[in-house]
Design a protein around this ligand. Sequence first.
Ligand code: AMP
Length: 454
Amino acid sequence: MGFELLGLSDPTLAAVKDAGYSEPTPIQAQAIPQCLMGRDILGIAQTGTGKTASFTLPMIDILSEGRARARMPRSLILEPTRELAAQVADSFEKYGKNHKLSMALLIGGVNFAEQEKALDRGVDVLIATPGRLLDHFERGKLLLTGIDILVVDEADRMLDMGFIPDVEKICERITKNHQTLFFSATMPPVIQRLTKQFLDDPRKIEVARPATTADTIEQMLIEVGPRDKRRALRQMLREEEIKNGIIFCNRKRDVKEVYQSLKRHEFSVGQLHGDMEQSERMEVLRQFKENEIQLLCASDVAARGLDVPDVSHVFNFDVPGHADDYVHRIGRTGRAGRKGKAITITTKSKVDNRLLEAVEKLTKSPLKRIDDLELKREKRTPRRDSNKSDKEDKKKDLQSKRPERGRRTSRTSAEPQRKSGPPKFAPDDMPKAPFVGLGPHVPAFLLREVKISK
Ligand code: AMP
């Protein structure tokens, strides 16, 4: 897809062309049309994803109509550091070269008088660090009542640097109905609270780090027969030194099946997919973050937008259907300079080959093939391991949860797991229909066929 489909004006498109960009990055493709429509945006993205152009380009078009008034900037961009503020100013100059927009920088280390002069002339775009902006505001040199667009960039860095109270103050002082574009690479609770308070029904856009920065991640590919995928996965799970890992499947159905299968094989695992209640998802995430479970079997949809911690391993049980998802998935490991491993399981099918080609084209590097994984016989073979259904596991879970005779139990699925050793069952193991409402008094005939496979 080219830039011309995003709704930008011809002069802006000409500037983009001059910058040498042929295709929008994923965040640009998603954010620019929404921004032009006036929606609030919550962008979970970090530097290097092209996020600066994702807000500067539409802002240039929106601000091209209307005029700035003295001391009343029409838009405000908050940046945590002078350097970032200066980079954003460069972007406005580069992309706005065919427009007549006025701009001012309010950053520390620059003379107040000069900055005041610029404000007096009236500015369309004000780029500022929070402290310096408040200084000007408190000296009465600046009004925030004319702001149509507010950008909070690198919010998590602002948090690290102790700027969040200042950001909050600034947001509270912009009383006019305005559009807010909010960017952060991660979403710690303080930032989440801020977005809830100041964003109005935002369009949430999450993008992975660009593939080119993933050099702390060892990426590998293993090809097996379609019926051997789970066995290969188990073998790798046993042979790799795994601190914690996420196993991504393309479909919810597969998430459930792989999860059930791993549980049968006594791995410490939880599941995360779109069919689960929000409370169940949060609980399993909590268990994963607190190392109560080692593995998480997840779909892309469920994993997106959630603050999943850094993991040592990512397994792609399926080659992802979209190459972007591959980058997003593997971006869960190898963060902040730590080493990570991403292993993709593929089959010889035409579909897998096509998807792999797309991944390798995007990441611009062929995945390292593991040729020597010899599938070993497993010592304990649970009775059933087919793709057909998970009914039996549910019954087995049910049996294991049946209260001991003569002892009443009030333990519920929502209760936290004990910390010692891997938890016996995650809350989402609780049988749903047809046992709903039966509580612990499950009729014996429902349990009759259950056998323990030891
Ligand atoms: P940012 O994430 O905004 O810091 O951008 C990272 C780098 O990507 C900058 O050097 C931009 O000039 C460059 N960039 C932004 N958008 C594109 C694009 N669509 N195509 C190629 N490079 C881009």
